[in-house]
Design a protein around this ligand. Structure first.
Ligand code: NAG
Ligand code: NAG
Length: 362
């Protein structure tokens, strides 16, 4: 039931458009159906023992789902039943994953290790997990993405660790990955080697927010539908980094240091619907918006845009856009709102979709 529910969530979260990925894990982490007892309360009956199948001490075992969260565990417990499909070990104090920790767990689909103190993972620790689809390693102290991850993986979440570099070979052969979350790691400079995501032929969602990367990763796969790179130190958008991203629908680049969007960038992402470029250093509206057929949301607030022309957003004359804008934000820019001609927004769905606002002079 639980794993069916998770699969459903994954499908809803990953494959439908538009997706709302954020909050998925939060919801899952709060959804803890077995935790009726306050911490430390002794259980009065021992259903797992009575029924026969083993269950690690103090964990709760139900329908092949093993819940061992918030127990202060320093190591992965022994005696995990071989037929386990979901193993939840979040909020413990595990420091190391050893070679045999998951031996025999051939049916495991989901492994949750979020919020531990893991610094090392044995290179063969994941080898037995040939059916693993979801691996959650966020909030640990890993300095590298673990080696030899199961090729069956569909979702990898490893944000808030201490990873400084994503190497070209890191995700080799992981052709089933759909969701990749790498945010809040101390990636510096390029941070991600060119082509590091090249083998993720099905990936639809990549988030590398709040690191310190200075450029958009090169060689992103054409399957990508959402790319979230907010809160980095990216200084420019170049057309070649977006080349071939014909499925990209959402591009998040808020809170960077972008001074320019190269001509031709938008033409490389013909199905883009949302572009977030707020809180950057842009001095003009990016080129190519009037020719773009599908873009609907463009956030440009909190930049250094001093002028907005009547041809910046909409095609001249007859409206050739297939979708009207539903959101344009321009507030907190040096341009005075009374200097922007109303005709500028002739291809906007509704006047309320435009946020012009005021710019306060210091
Ligand atoms: C990014 O760099 C700043 C200093 O410029 C630092 O304070 C911050 O922790 C870095 N972010 C990460 C995720 O390492
Ligand atoms: C970009 O395009 C605009 C017009 O669309 C043109 O005025 C400008 O010179 C171009 N810039 C470059 C660097 O090609």
């Amino acid at each position: 039931m639980r794993s069916a529910c998770l699969s459903l969530l994954l499908v809803t979260a990953c494959c439908a458009l538009p997706f709302r990925q954020s909050g998925f894990l939060d919801f899952m982490m709060e959804d803890d159906p077995g935790s009726g007892l306050p911490d430390g309360t002794p259980e009065l009956s021992f259903p797992a023992e009575r029924a026969g199948p083993k269950c690690p001490f103090r964990c709760q075992c139900h329908l092949r789902v093993i819940q061992c969260s918030d127990l202060g565990l320093k190591t992965v417990p022994d005696e995990i039943p071989d037929d386990t499909t979901l193993l939840d070990l979040q909020n413990n104090k595990i420091t190391e994953i050893k070679e045999g920790d998951f031996k025999n767990l051939k049916g495991l689909h989901t492994l949750i290790l979020v919020n531990n103190k893991i610094t090392t993972i044995h290179p063969k620790a994941f080898t037995p997990l040939s059916k693993l689809q979801r691996l959650y390693l966020s909030k640990n102290m890993l300095k590298d993405v673990p080696a030899n991850m199961p090729k069956s993986l569909q979702e990898l979440r490893i944000h808030e660790n201490e990873i400084t570099k994503i190497k070209k070979a890191t995700f080799q052969g992981m052709s089933h990955v759909i969701v990749m979350e790498l945010g809040s790691n101390p990636l510096k400079g390029a941070g991600v080697e060119a082509g590091a995501f090249g083998e993720l032929k099905r990936v639809s969602y990549i988030r590398i927010a709040d690191t310190n990367i200075t450029e958009i990763p090169k060689g992103l796969p054409g399957s990508l539908s959402e790319l979230h790179l907010d809160g980095n130190k990216i200084t420019k958008v170049t057309a070649d980094t977006l080349k071939g991203l014909k499925n990209l629908a959402k591009l998040g680049l808020s809170y960077n240091a972008i001074i320019s969007v190269e001509n031709g960038s938008l033409a490389n992402v013909p199905h883009l619907r949302e572009l977030h470029l707020d809180n950057n250093q842009l001095t003009s509206v990016p080129r190519g918006l009037p020719d773009h057929k599908y873009i609907q949301v463009v956030y440009l607030h909190a930049n250094k845009i001093a002028a907005v022309g009547t041809e910046d957003f909409c095609p001249p004359g007859f409206n050739t856009k297939k979708a009207m804008y539903s959101g344009i934000s321009l507030f907190s820019n040096p341009v005075a709102y009374w200097d922007v001609q109303p005709v500028t927004f002739r291809c906007v769905f509704d006047r309320s979709a435009i946020q012009l606002g005021n710019y306060r002079k210091k």
